[in-house]
Design a protein around this ligand. Structure first.
Ligand SMILES: NC(=O)c1ccc[n+]([C@@H]2O[C@H](COP(=O)([O-])OP(=O)(O)OC[C@H]3O[C@@H](n4cnc5c(N)ncnc54)[C@H](O)[C@@H]3O)[C@@H](O)[C@H]2O)c1
Length: 394
């Protein structure tokens, strides 16, 4: 099924059916569903709940025609009936299930009904992609968003760690859910697929956190064109690709629901605000990211899409710095980068002393900045520092 139809039609259905509160939706194209012609065919399938809330859309592959047909049928529906349809059958294409939360979508599509914990919070029922969400800042952000009621897509190159992260979040069933999608943010096809997988699974996209990033330090004498290219692909082009494909879905949503705000958030760095010695490939990509943020913000605000970067200071407690074998503290100790340092704690103390707040940046610090940009409707195009005072804006 073409992602064009999915990305245009499914978010439109979610917006049409989100009247009192925001709904979620799931697209299913099992072969039995592709053959279904009417309500009876659907109700004969054992994984479909016995429901009177079924709406059928005439067969066509044209997203515009599907939306026109839906507009007419849903307005008639709402004239005579109050609850939203549970199912919308797009004949020959698949079925869209609609519910108040992700756990109820499971029940509509034949999964065993479980007792779930009701969760409400600051990200209640939002659909949020976190790239690089398997570990580090991204993993912590995904956990906190999930705890605040978001449906979180953990999108990462590392299938094993990312899959485990999603499983651990889903271990105690809640109304909202986590979902793992494998992605390489440097590849256009892969990012486009990630967005389509999100729309299929949850029905739309409210926030994308472009967090996946890599760091390979080195001066001009050490940096190879290949390593420079790899870092640019992931840290800079990856952000462009996330914004490109996410904004397509976000634009559909704002066209069907006036004043519906969505967010593109880049996890940048303090190295995007100030040059970084022998680390230009990283700093250059991050500076470039702020240029993208400012430019995307101007282009996308008419669609109520806010675009902001968050610039954390060093995350000393995360794997990049604290991994016992490959972390920067061990590397800097071995390389004698900090004069007089004899142990890891000496290296750490040296770096902490450079921060007025006296410590490294933590996930919760970044999370507070994310909530600020998500909740603020009157700001876009900013690079928000979260550096404990290490970088101060002019
Ligand atoms: N660690 C810090 O001190 C620090 C400070 C400021 C900003 N940041 C930024 O925060 C973000 C996260 O950094 P971190 O330290 O948590 O990183 P990390 O290395 O702990 O985690 C990065 C995650 O991204 C994934 N990833 C790598 N390449 C990918 C690709 N091509 N496609 C999809 N996923 C990919 C990895 O598998 C990993 O799960 C980065 O953008 C980084 O620049 C980090």
């Amino acid at each position: 099924m073409s992602s064009l139809i999915i990305n245009r039609v499914v978010p439109a259905i979610r917006m049409f059916t989100s009247r009192q509160k925001m709904m979620v939706a799931r697209f299913d194209d099992r072969s039995e569903l592709l053959k279904a012609e009417d309500e009876d065919d659907l109700l004969n399938l054992d994984f479909i709940k016995k429901s009177s809330g079924i709406l059928i859309v005439d067969e066509t592959q044209d997203p515009g025609e599907i939306i026109d047909d839906l507009t007419v049928k849903l307005s008639t529906w709402y004239d005579s009936r109050t609850p939203h349809p549970d199912y919308i059958l797009l004949k020959g294409i698949g079925l869209v299930a609609i519910a108040e939360n992700a756990a109820s979508l499971d029940a509509l599509l034949g999964k065993p009904v479980q007792k779930v914990k009701e969760v409400s919070g600051r990200a209640q029922n939002k659909i949020i992609i976190v790239t690089g969400g398997a570990q580090g800042f991204g993993g912590g952000i995904a956990e906190l968003l999930y705890a605040q009621g978001a449906n979180v897509v953990i999108a990462d190159l590392n299938e094993e760690t990312g899959g485990k992260m999603a499983d651990s979040l889903n271990a105690v069933p809640q109304t909202n859910q986590a979902y793992f999608v494998k992605v390489n943010v440097g590849s256009a096809v892969s990012v486009e697929d990630m967005v389509a997988a999100t729309v299929k699974h949850f029905g739309g996209l409210d926030v994308i956190i472009s967090n996946a990033g890599i760091l390979r330090a080195g001066g001009l004498d050490e940096m190879t064109p290949e390593t420079f290219g790899l870092m640019t692909d992931i840290n800079y082009k990856g952000y462009f690709l996330c914004a490109k494909y996410a904004s397509e879905v976000m634009k559909v949503q704002s066209s069907f629901k006036e004043d519906y705000f969505t967010d593109i958030i880049q996890i940048n760095s303090k190295s995007g605000l100030k040059g970084s010695n022998r680390n230009f490939a990283y700093a250059g990509g991050k500076f470039g990211g702020i240029g993208l943020t400012q430019s995307f913000a101007m282009e996308l605000m008419p669609f109520k899409i806010k675009v902001n970067s968050i610039c954390p200071g060093n995350f000393f407690e995360g794997p990049l710095w604290s991994d016992p074998e490959r972390g920067l503290f061990v590397q800097y100790l071995k390389a004698g980068k900090v004069p007089g340092a004899r142990e890891i704690k000496d290296v750490k103390a040296f770096y902490e002393a450079q921060v007025p707040a006296g410590r490294g940046c933590r996930v919760i610090d970044v999370m507070r900045a994310i909530f600020y940009v998500m909740e603020q409707e009157y700001e876009t195009g900013q690079a928000v520092p979260v550096t404990g005072g290490q970088n101060m804006l002019n």
